[in-house]
Design a protein around this ligand. Structure first.
Ligand code: CTP
Length: 403
């Protein structure tokens, strides 16, 4: 999220300039305020009026406009921003930036800026690949300007190659990354398990469950948003990897445990995965065929990731959090599970309420000290609330020894 952050958006001339309108909308949806500046070339493609209307801010165009200067000096325009984003950035503007020219409002602001600068170039692919442009981009990158690489594809000029303005989502992600404040959990390491596990019966069949992974993924994203260096070990899900998290994809419980062990040491481990409790003791090497008799599949217990992490000796995370999916006696069973697994907290949820695949969750947090019933929240909100509680423990209090 970009709540309250100020983005100075410089729009230079090029067919992709119209995409600046969509960018403004999306930046504002994420809580940012946007001040647009548009070059003369940019105004050939998008009007200051449209930019101003979407940004609900004047669009600045002219270095020598007395009106603009009276309202907001150009130095202040550059200094007020938290980040300066040039999208699209033409070859010409990149060249001016690289060589310190300041002959219009955009280039002057860029020279006066003391804030992070991001450029999203867009141009014909021959211009992008020209040694002059390459050298300019290298100068800017070496100076710490963030380059949001253009994409490959068909271009407005009819040619195909690298030079299309990056996708809005990628530009937004770069803005968010540039603005990320050092979070309360920066310097801490977190491990989260998520999703189901698949335990093979034969090469085509497996034992699995309905876990969507939404809750575990949301927790990993929330911990990363607070600055924790986060590893997500996930079974098969339909979800995209969360941003700013290192995702490790596994199938079985044994693989999940191995990946978790490889991620240690961590400060906190949250086991949100719905690990299959049983596996086929000896998965068949070939597909089992129908013979008229039922197959004799011997089951064995899966390794218990939560229990193993809770008993990891000097590698035990300072805080280990498990989940309990229950259909009755929620709190009692959660307390019993907390003791049995040796973890510090249990997040218990009543799975009779259709939690699987849903975006909402009603949970009870059972800690060593208390039982907290949380209101019905989205899984993202549960993620943020849990991450905040974890941050409290890791940054302030000392956790009572588990007993
Ligand atoms: N868990 C785990 N590895 C397993 C089984 C469970 O890491 N092999 C973790 C889950 O990620 C969750 C917690 O243990 O954090 C509780 O899982 P749950 O399936 O609810 O409990 P079980 O131990 O399987 O007990 P039961 O099914 O009998 O309630």
């Amino acid at each position: 999220m970009l709540d309250g952050r100020q983005v100075l958006l410089i729009v230079s001339g090029g067919i992709a300039a119209y995409k600046a309108l969509d960018l403004i909308r999306r930046l504002r949806e994420r809580g940012a305020s946007v001040r647009p500046v548009v070059t003369k070339g940019g105004q050939e493609f998008v009007t200051p009026l449209s930019l101003a209307a979407l940004a609900e801010s004047p669009a600045y165009t002219d270095l020598f406009s007395l009106k603009d200067e009276a309202e907001m000096g150009h130095i202040r325009l550059a200094r007020d921003a938290d980040v300066i984003l040039v999208a699209p950035a033409t070859a010409d503007l990149l060249a001016k930036m690289a060589h310190g020219l300041a002959d219009d409002l955009a280039s002057t602001l860029l020279l006066a800026a003391d804030k992070p600068i991001l450029v999203a170039p867009a141009m014909n692919h021959r211009m992008w690949e020209h040694p002059a442009t390459k050298a300019n981009v290298a100068i800017l990158a070496a100076r710490g300007v963030g380059i949001i690489a253009p994409g490959v594809g068909a271009m407005a000029c009819g040619e195909t190659g690298t030079g299309r303005l990056a996708e809005s989502e990628d530009i937004l992600a770069a803005v968010e990354a540039a603005l990320r404040r050092p979070g309360v959990l920066s310097g801490r390491r977190a491990l989260v398990t998520s999703g189901p596990t698949y335990e093979p019966i034969d090469p085509v069949r497996y034992i699995g469950n309905h876990s969507s992974g939404k809750q575990g993924h949301a927790i990993a994203e929330a911990l990363a948003a607070l600055g924790a260096e986060t590893v997500l070990v996930t079974g098969p899900t339909a979800l995209a990897d969360p941003r700013c998290v290192r995702s490790v994809h596994v199938e079985t419980a044994a693989q999940m445990l191995a990946a978790c062990r490889a991620a240690l040491p961590v400060d906190v481990a949250v086991c949100a995965a719905a690990v299959a409790d049983w596996r086929a003791a000896k998965p068949a090497a070939q597909k089992l065929k129908k013979t008229g008799r039922l197959p004799d599949i011997k089951l064995a217990e899966s390794v218990d990731v939560l229990r193993s992490l809770s008993a990891a000796g000097n590698l035990r995370p300072r805080l280990v959090v498990g989940f309990a999916a229950e259909t009755e006696a929620l709190v009692e069973r959660a307390q019993a599970k907390r003791a049995a697994k040796g973890c510090d907290w249990i997040v218990a949820n009543d799975v009779t309420a259709g939690v699987f695949g849903s975006d909402d969750n009603s949970v009870v947090l059972v800690t060593d000290a208390a039982v907290e019933t949380w209101p019905k929240l989205t899984k993202r909100e549960v993620g943020h609330r849990l991450a905040a509680r974890i941050a409290q423990v890791l940054t302030h209090a000392t956790l009572a020894p588990h007993g």
